[in-house]
Design a protein around this ligand. Structure first.
Ligand code: AMP
Ligand code: MG
Length: 431
C-alpha cells in the first residue's frame, strides 16, 4: 500500500500492473469488429480459389497478339463468354479469345487478359481486334495470391479492423475467438447528485459524470453497468462497491476521494480489499484512489467533471484496452509548438485541454532535409482551449488534444515544443 503521492508515470505503471487480460470467448464474425483475436487462425482454402480475371475484357494467349500493332492489327475468334460465378470447360486454342468478366475463372490455355477498352470491334461479329502486344500474366489474379490454404490469416493478439473482418470472412470464419470485453461498473458518489431528467433543487446538481464516464467506457470498447448515485456515507459506499464487485470486471467511481468530511471512497476500498495509492502528482485530478476489491481492479476518480474525464482517459482507458487483449494502450502523441506562454506549478504533471492545428507554413526553400521531427513539430501549433477549471466540460469538448507539461517546468514560453495526446484519434500506439 502506498499513501505517498506518486508521479504520474509510476502511478500509471503501478495501476496497469494490476490489470490482467480477460479470458477468450467466441463471437459471430459481424460482432468481432474492434475486438482482439484470441487465437492464430489459418485459411481452409486458397484465396482466391482459382486464377481469375482482374478486368472486364478478353482472355487469350499472349503469343497470339505478339505481333499486333496499329498498322497490323490481329483479330481473334471469340469462342465463349465467361461471367463471374461461371466457368468454361473448354481450352483456348491458337487465335481464340474468351470474353471474360472481372472475377471470372481464367479459361485453360489463356495466359493474359486484355481489358475491353484496349480492344476494338473486328469486321466480323465473331472476332475482336487487338492493335498492340502485351506481356503474359497481365490482368490475371493468381490462385492463392491473398493467402494459401493452411497459411496463417491473422495471429492471436491482432486488432480486428474492418479489413481483418473481411479476411476472416474470405477464409470461412463464421465465428471468431476474441478476448472478452470488460464490463465496467460506473458509480457516482455525492449527496448532491440527481438524475439527469430531474431539475435541480437547492444545492443539487445533475449527475453528469455517470454519463460521460459510461460514454468513455463504451468508446474504449467496454460494456457498461451504471449504478444509481450513492449518498456520502461509508455504508452506502461499501454496499455499492461490494455489489459491483460481483457483477462487473472493473469498478470505477467518481467523487468522494478528497479530504472532505464526506469523502468515503478510500475508507470503503480499505474495508473491502487493498488500497494501492490515493494521490498522483498531476493536475487536474490529484486525488485518484486505486486498489483491488474482491480481486477486481478499482479506480476512484475525482468528482470534478474534467478531472474525472481525464483520470478515465489516462488511467482507465488503457486498463480497459489491456483487459480486452490490446497491447498498444495509448492514443497517438505528437509534438506541436505552443502559441502562447503557460505558467504552471513545479512538481506536478499538467494535462491541459488544447487544440492542435496545422500551421500556415512557407514552402522550404530547399526541400532536402525537411522531414525530421523538429520540422514536423513546427508544422503544428497548439493552444489551450479556454478556461481550464476542472469543473468545466466545455473546454474539453473544444479540445482535440491534451498538452502534456512536464513536472519540472514552471513556465513554458510561446514557441516551446510540447507533447500533445490526440484525443480525436482512436488509433492505439505503444504506451
Ligand atoms: P468530490 O470529488 O466528491 O469532492 O466532488 C468535486 C466536485 O465535483 C463537486 O463540486 C461535485 O459536486 C462535483 N461532482 C461530483 N460528482 C459529480 C457527478 N457525478 N457529476 C457532476 N459533478 C459531480
Ligand atoms: Mg462528493
Amino acid at each position: 500500500m502506498t499513501h505517498t503521492s506518486l508521479s504520474f508515470d509510476r502511478a500509471l505503471k503501478r495501476w496497469l500492473s494490476t490489470i490482467e487480460r480477460l479470458d477468450p470467448e467466441t463471437v459471430l464474425l459481424d460482432e468481432s469488429l474492434g475486438r482482439i483475436l484470441a487465437a492464430d487462425l489459418s485459411s481452409d482454402i486458397d484465396v482466391s480459389p482459382f486464377d481469375n480475371s482482374a478486368m472486364d475484357g478478353f482472355a487469350l494467349r499472349a503469343r497470339d497478339i505478339a505481333k499486333a500493332s496499329p498498322a497490323t492489327p490481329i483479330d481473334l475468334e471469340v469462342v465463349t463468354c465467361i461471367a463471374a460465378g461461371d466457368y468454361w470447360e473448354g481450352t483456348l486454342q491458337a487465335r481464340q479469345a474468351a470474353r471474360i468478366m472481372t472475377g471470372a475463372p481464367l479459361p485453360a490455355g489463356a495466359d493474359i487478359v486484355v481489358k475491353v477498352e484496349d480492344t476494338t470491334k473486328a469486321d466480323s461479329d465473331q472476332h475482336v481486334r487487338f492493335s498492340s502486344a502485351a506481356s503474359r500474366g497481365l490482368n490475371i489474379r493468381l490462385r492463392g495470391e491473398e493467402i494459401k490454404a493452411g497459411e496463417r490469416v491473422l495471429a492471436s493478439g491482432e486488432y480486428l479492423g474492418p479489413a481483418a473482418v473481411g479476411l476472416l470472412a474470405a477464409t470461412g470464419y463464421v465465428q471468431v475467438p476474441v478476448f472478452r470485453q470488460p464490463t465496467v461498473a460506473i458509480i457516482s458518489t455525492g449527496e448532491e447528485l440527481i438524475p439527469v431528467g430531474d431539475t435541480p433543487t437547492r444545492g443539487k446538481i445533475r449527475n453528469s459524470n455517470s454519463h460521460s464516464l459510461a460514454a468513455q467506457a463504451q468508446a474504449a470498447g467496454a460494456r457498461v453497468r451504471q449504478y444509481a448515485s450513492i449518498p456520502d456515507t461509508l455504508e452506502d459506499t461499501v454496499a455499492t462497491f461490494r455489489q459491483a464487485s460481483t457483477e462487473c470486471d472493473i469498478i470505477i467511481s467518481s467523487g468522494g476521494v478528497s479530504v472532505g468530511d464526506f469523502d468515503f471512497v478510500e475508507e470503503a476500498v480499505q474495508s473491502l480489499g487493498d488500497l494501492h495509492f490515493s494521490t498522483v502528482k498531476m493536475r487536474p485530478g490529484k486525488p485518484q484512489v486505486t486498489g483491488m476489491i474482491n480481486k477486481l481492479p478499482f479506480f476512484g476518480l475525482p468528482g470534478n467533471p474534467t478531472s474525472a474525464y481525464l483520470g478515465f482517459e489516462l488511467f482507465v482507458r488503457p486498463a480497459i484496452l489491456k483487459m480486452a487483449g490490446h497491447t498498444r494502450l495509448q492514443r497517438p502523441v505528437q509534438t506541436a509548438v505552443l502559441s502562447h506562454d503557460i505558467k504552471k506549478r513545479q512538481g506536478l504533471r499538467y494535462f491541459m485541454r488544447g487544440r492542435v492545428r496545422l500551421a500556415d507554413i512557407q514552402e522550404p526553400a530547399e526541400p532536402s532535409s525537411s522531414a525530421n521531427a523538429q520540422d514536423r513539430a513546427h508544422s503544428h501549433l497548439v493552444q489551450v482551449t479556454g478556461n481550464q477549471s476542472s469543473a468545466l466540460l466545455g473546454s474539453l469538448h473544444e479540445a482535440n488534444c491534451l498538452l502534456v507539461l512536464p513536472e519540472e517546468e514552471t513556465e513554458l514560453k510561446a514557441g516551446t515544443v510540447v507533447k500533445c495526446i490526440r484525443l480525436d484519434m482512436e488509433e492505439r500506439v505503444e504506451l
